[in-house]
Design a protein around this ligand. Structure first.
Ligand code: ZN
Length: 413
């Protein structure tokens, strides 16, 4: 998709704002002359930014506005060292709520809906984003937050929530609980808005069937507002994103080269209106593609689309000389009727050779489980030409979490 002159002007303004602030990020762009930025090609010469760069600005070095304009901060998870703090101005908070309102609207959610919110509140951007969008839409926010399954189930029944917002993993946990307790006829959900991560067709089908809902993938990351920057519509042709607020590119994660529409690679985002912490060419490490503009969505919306997230560039593992990413494993499991949606892959060394152990949940037991393991092993051999150690485990044995699910564990280093 060709960058428009309007987008280019928005980017020049973002760079001017960063440079004028003298913020940490200004140092990174000090060699850039915004007025010399005259074309998409010029733009594509600008340096990428990485989460690691943002960490160096800890605590408040990213702020591109005077302190009195900051009304809130959020922070992305600090599981690996120093967290990243993103400052928001009043306008940023309003813009984010507007983006989220659009997402709900695209998902067919209206002010008649009651929106049950299970993502966490606090420094994390999730819960409050779902809530602000719901309020902006005029729907009723039911802000449960995570955990306390008993209360979740009670509120789903008593408040008669119609929309469930959750991670795929937590939605599955609730779906299984509702099924187990036979509550299906006592809940009123019609839609699920699921924080987008890579999740398989099987998991999607189970959540949709057991809850009796239509599912929508919502995308986002704390560094760029939070969740609510892209969502699929009822035609399920990828996630619409808002090109009046954000500029998306897809690059080859290894070389950094910008890829043409339709090709799979890493999503890179440039903010167009952000005040508190504008970002230029921010590498998300999420794998997706831009849906070509000559394949318009039947819904008629002009917002462009990215595909659902197919994995993380960090999840792409090279085993026995073969590149594998979790989307392929989902595909293999789809071909095995007895495999549940839940699996984990462990990679380690055995006698200096890579060993891949694949755990998959199944209802089968004993001899049938052994046959299933053989079928799993054969399927990997046939599809990706690698040998694995198959392990069938009982349903519910692998961990469910309220945050994003890790499925591939590489212990070779
Ligand atoms: Zn659409």
């Amino acid at each position: 998709m060709k960058m428009t002159e309007h987008t280019l002007e928005q980017i020049r303004n973002q760079i001017r704002r960063i440079l004028a602030s003298g913020s940490f990020y200004a140092g990174r762009l000090s060699h850039v002359d915004p007025d010399a930025l005259q074309s998409q090609e010029d733009f594509e010469q600008l340096p990428f930014s990485e989460k690691e760069d943002l960490r160096e600005a800890y605590p408040l070095g990213l702020s591109a506005v005077p302190e009195e304009e900051i009304v809130r901060i959020h922070s992305s998870s600090g599981t690996t060292g120093t967290p990243v703090i993103i400052p928001y101005t009043r306008q940023d908070v309003e813009d984010w709520a507007e983006l989220f309102r659009r997402c709900y609207e695209i998902a067919g959610i209206t002010r008649e809906d009651r929106i049950h919110i299970t993502p966490g509140y606090g420094l994390w951007t999730a819960g409050i984003g779902f809530q602000a969008g719901a309020e902006k839409l005029g729907a009723m926010a039911v802000p449960l937050g995570p955990g306390n399954t008993e209360k979740q189930l009670q509120f789903l029944q008593d408040v008669k929530s119609t929309v469930l917002c959750a991670t795929s993993s937590y939605a599955l946990l609730l779906a299984e609980e509702i099924e187990r307790r036979g509550l299906r006829d006592k809940i009123f959900l019609r839609k699920g808005v699921i924080g987008s991560e890579r999740w398989g067709e099987k998991m999607r089908a189970r959540i949709a069937n057991e809850l009796g809902v239509e599912l929508y993938d919502i995308y986002g990351l704390t560094e760029v507002y939070g969740p609510g920057i892209a969502i699929n519509c009822e035609h399920n042709t990828g996630m619409h994103y808002f090109d009046d607020y954000l500029y998306f590119e897809i690059i080859d994660p290894k070389t950094g080269e910008v890829l043409p529409e339709g090709q799979l690679g890493e999503l890179v985002i440039t903010t167009l209106r952000k005040e508190g912490a504008p970002l230029i060419r921010y590498r998300t490490h999420d794998l997706t593609r831009i849906v070509p503009a000559d394949q318009p969505c039947p819904c008629g919306r002009s917002y462009p689309r990215i595909d659902v997230i197919l994995g993380r560039t960090d999840d792409m593992v090279k085993v026995k000389g073969v590149n594998i990413f979790p989307g392929q494993i989902d595909d293999i499991l789809k071909g095995l009727p007895d495999a549940s949606s839940e699996y984990q892959v462990f990679i380690d060394h055995e006698n200096s050779h890579d060993r891949i152990t694949v755990f998959v949940e199944t209802a089968l037991k004993d001899q049938a489980a052994r046959q299933f393991e053989k079928a799993l092993k054969d399927a990997f051999k046939a599809r990706v030409n690698i040998g694995i150690v198959p392990k069938a485990v009982a349903l519910g044995e692998l961990p469910r979490s309220e945050k994003k699910t890790t499925r591939v564990f590489d212990y070779r280093y």
